[in-house]
Unconditional design. Structure first.
Length: 184
């Protein structure tokens, strides 16, 4: 039986990558989890997510060649998850990936077993985090903060909410507990 694809979602600035990166050492040591690097049409950022950076043209070529099992556009960028994820799942490794909420329905059709974890945080905290990371201007920060997404993207899936409104250690522990509890 295939392992579980854990779709990690949440609004800009909630700390998805920070929580995932904090949980990674604890989950990798079990040997039961894989964390694929995303392909993104964004320049490398030594302080940000460790991703494969590609041009929009290269991304389209890869997509057309079947290199991605899941892809989506958001905030004028393209994101993709390698098709090799299917191999990881078939070998019994759970996969944890940061994806767009709008791509959850496609992920649900793509993966036999899926769990959705939504990282949340209050508006002021999200805005402060976005400002600190320095990728967005003030107008973009306000636009991202004002963006309200209804949970219709979840369809019939249960969504586990992980609050990232305290210390990172608290959020990471909540995340690890949720993932290990759902992967049994």
């Amino acid at each position: 039986m295939a392992a579980t694809f854990f779709a990690v979602v949440g609004g800009s600035g909630v700390g998805k990558d920070t929580v995932i990166n904090g949980a990674k050492p604890k989950l990798v040591e079990t040997g039961a989890f894989h964390f694929p690097r995303r392909w993104i049409t964004r320049a490398p950022d030594p302080l940000g997510e460790n991703h494969h950076s590609v041009t929009p043209e290269m991304f389209d070529q890869m997509r057309q060649a079947g290199a991605f099992c899941l892809w989506w556009g958001a905030h004028e960028l393209q994101y993709g998850i390698s098709s090799q994820v299917h191999d990881q799942l078939n070998e019994g490794q759970n996969v944890i990936a940061n994806i767009s909420r709008n791509s959850v329905p496609e992920a649900n059709r793509t993966f036999p077993r899926i769990e959705v974890l939504e990282i949340t945080a209050g508006r002021e905290l999200r805005e402060a985090r976005l400002k600190a990371r320095g990728r967005e201007n003030q107008e973009q920060i306000v636009n991202r903060s004002n963006r309200c997404v209804e949970r219709s993207w979840a369809g019939n899936l249960t969504v586990v909410e992980i609050a990232n409104d305290s210390t990172i250690e608290v959020a990471v522990n909540r995340f690890v507990a949720a993932v290990t509890g759902l992967s049994d």
